[in-house]
Design a protein. Sequence first.
Length: 495
Amino acid sequence: MARRYLLGFDVGSSSVKASLTDVDNGEIVASAFYPDHEAPIMAVKAGWAEQDPQMWWDNAKLALKKIMTECGAKGEDILAIGISYQMHGLVCVDKNQQVLRPSIIWCDSRAVPYGEKAFHELGEDLCLRNLLNSPGNFTASKLAWVKENEPELFDKIDKIMLPGDYLAMKLSGEVKTTISGLSEGMMWDFTAKKPAKFLFDYFGFDESMIADIAPTFSVQSVVCKAAADELGLKEGTPISYRAGDQPNNAVSLNVFNPGEIASTAGTSGVVYGVLGDVNYDPKSRVNTFAHVNYTTELDRLGVLLCINGTGILNAWVHRNVTPDVSYADMNDLAAGVPIGSDGVKIIPFGNGAERVLENREVGCSIRGLSFTKHNRAHIVRAAQEGIVFSFCYGMEIMQQMGMDIKKIHAGKANMFLSPLFRDTLAGVSGATIELYETDGSAGAAKGAGIGAGIYKDHDEAFATLKKLAVIEPDEANRQAYLEAYANWKAELAKL
């Protein structure tokens, strides 16, 4: 019998990944990303970051071709397609679905003044109550920049999209979006439970620019003949799921319910938790969006904490302090130092302004270092502890919003490969950590299976999710962890 597959795409700023997942056993049978080096980001001016959406499409085609060849799959073997994508980008198309300008992507900062002005002129209470965030540097503010600086181009815009909406348009010929996607662009009103007309009116946008809204888990569109011929897919294949990369990471870890947490710790770190009631941080230190299973009848919010200086700090220590040893040996060095690093504390915020610090840029600093008492092992451990403490600092804000954090789901990758990092996070937070084998494109594929009705629900879809390890809090050393965290917070407060 022919195997049945689900296809997942993950459109990142560095590459596009594609995965084929076996419907019946949940196994990832093939995956590939393209390009094999980091994709270019155009920066015409300082603080700008743009990419050509056509590049995403070209990279998706090449990654798909590679995995189809690798496992000998045919277009008719693929039952549904799901898409994960880099959040907060802006894609503008005309009435012929032609892209009008490069996409202004997530790390472009030119729209900050537009969002800040809207926040103050509309009123902070109104924005926080209805958008759950400041308009900030999100998609709607990026569009405001286009309107003011490229008015002739702005007049040609028929629809605006997020990066995942663009890929779905290329596959189907239809322009659709989701409530979750609109919320990440500050275009969803959580009070009115419809697109944020008040913000569109303020910026002078026509609501017709918003694409038709489809449920996140549904047959949103199908592969059109032109795309089927170009990609070797079957015409009519359902496109049945799309989500931003952080909500999708939560999906890939089967995080759907209030109190559940998904975390990643690569170059930067993310803690993403599900909240069952509409709420927000009045200081916007964490962001609140509609989670993938939010509906106008069911409140499921994703609260996003991002720490810029995570794995990049660990990599810096490796390059500059322990260049002669492996990362595994670094962990062994650090394990020989007691909890609290004998008083050495590292503030890990050396990768730009941190939202959790209300957009302050305090830099990275080493505190309490003694030239007669400490060595490089102390610095290695203090760096990992500092990263964990920054996570916990943000998690306290999430707890103040009503989130009860008892379990953290994560892929076994990056900083979560370090036993010291995992033990410290469990020890300070008091949460159990579960590590899984998964990734974003595989999560998107499973999401497509739910949306197409191949799986009855997320529990069935992720029944085969492979759990690799469980880390319980070390109650015997809990007090030592909490004291070290309190000492770190005291140093941070001085800044």
